[in-house]
Design a protein around this ligand. Structure first.
Ligand code: HSE
Length: 310
């Protein structure tokens, strides 16, 4: 059995605008890294966290990585195992890019690989969902499932969990900008209305079906015109400065879509090529600078691979 391992797990864009809690995809960058080492005595300890500005707990019972690894070890009856975990955050926390998911998924993938892969990546998803529950109060799967499986994932149902990997056009590029404003997922979930009008539901499920069809047909225009959200975005967009101006600027720069990544504040666009994606992040960042808001930008194709051993 291997004694130590270093794993990268990717950031993810959950919701994909119209698919609240049911759609997500992974990107090549950014992402988080976990280094895991076997130790002689049973139990899990977190020895180091970098890149978090001291915001994440070192207490193994409270940290999403160790807590989900602990669930996993209990489930496979291997609580005899001892592990030391280092977490290296390479992406902003509370960004809407599945930051806690990337860490949790890296940890679960690392322990499962160390133990000779007793579970498949799909079987790891429920353990990663436990980590999400700890992080934001609800174990949604639209970050952890694509981070574990790579590509686009549809959560057709939560009970029972039914995950469908979707095809996508390889040429699709994602332009992401993280405006440095605070939007905790827990709060961004609480502000959403729990009841919706039937006419809005009709619009929404038409768009979800359109997006899924567009992904299968590799029809970029259909993908773009389906990425509209009448349920969640109208509420959450108020947390993102000049959201609708940013959309206008992105679309003028050649984006095929624009929306909130996960619960925000990151925003993202799809573009037909890398050059256009870079121009879109440039346009958005310039506007945010004019508002005195710092930002980070990432341009990436869809990540079809999921976590990887480094
Ligand atoms: N579907 C979740 C939400 C994703 O929108 O709250 C959180 O990143």
């Amino acid at each position: 059995m291997k004694e130590s391992i270093r794993v990268f797990a990717p950031a993810t864009v959950a919701n994909v605008v119209c698919g609240f809690d049911v759609l997500g995809f992974a990107v090549d960058a950014p992402g988080d890294e976990v280094i895991m080492k076997r130790k002689d005595e049973p139990g899990i300890i977190i020895t180091k966290i970098t890149g978090d500005d001291g915001r994440l707990p070192l207490d193994a019972a409270k940290n999403t990585v160790s807590a989900s690894v602990q669930h996993y070890l209990r489930d496979i009856n291997r609580t005899d195992i001892g592990l030391e975990i280092e977490l290296h955050k390479k992406m902003p926390i509370g960004s809407g890019l599945g930051s806690s998911s990337a860490s949790t998924v890296a940890g679960l993938f690392a322990v499962n690989t160390l133990l000779g892969n007793p579970l498949t990546p799909k079987e790891l998803v429920p353990f990663a969902m436990k980590g999400e529950e700890l992080a934001c109060g609800f174990g949604h799967a639209d970050n952890v499932a694509p981070a574990l499986l790579g590509g686009f994932v549809l959560i057709r149902s939560y009970e029972p969990l039914d995950l469908i990997k979707l095809p996508y056009p390889e040429s699709l590029y994602c332009a992401i900008v993280f405006p440095d404003v605070d939007v905790p997922t827990r709060d961004a979930r609480q502000m959403i209305r729990s009841k919706v009008l039937l006419k809005d539901a009709v619009t929404q499920w038409g768009n979800v079906a359109g997006l899924v069809s567009g992904l299968f047909m590799k029809d970029i225009d259909l993908i773009g015109r389906s990425m509209k959200d009448v349920l969640v975005e109208p509420v959450r967009s108020i947390l993102i400065p000049d959201f609708y101006i940013l959309r206008e600027k992105a679309m003028e720069t050649g984006a095929i879509s624009f929306g909130i990544s996960g619960s925000g504040p990151s925003v993202f666009s799809f573009a037909k090529d890398a050059g256009t994606a870079h121009r879109i992040t440039g346009t958005i960042q310039r506007h945010l600078s004019s508002l005195n808001i710092r930002s980070l930008a990432y341009v990436s194709p869809v990540n079809g691979e999921g976590p990887k051993v480094l």
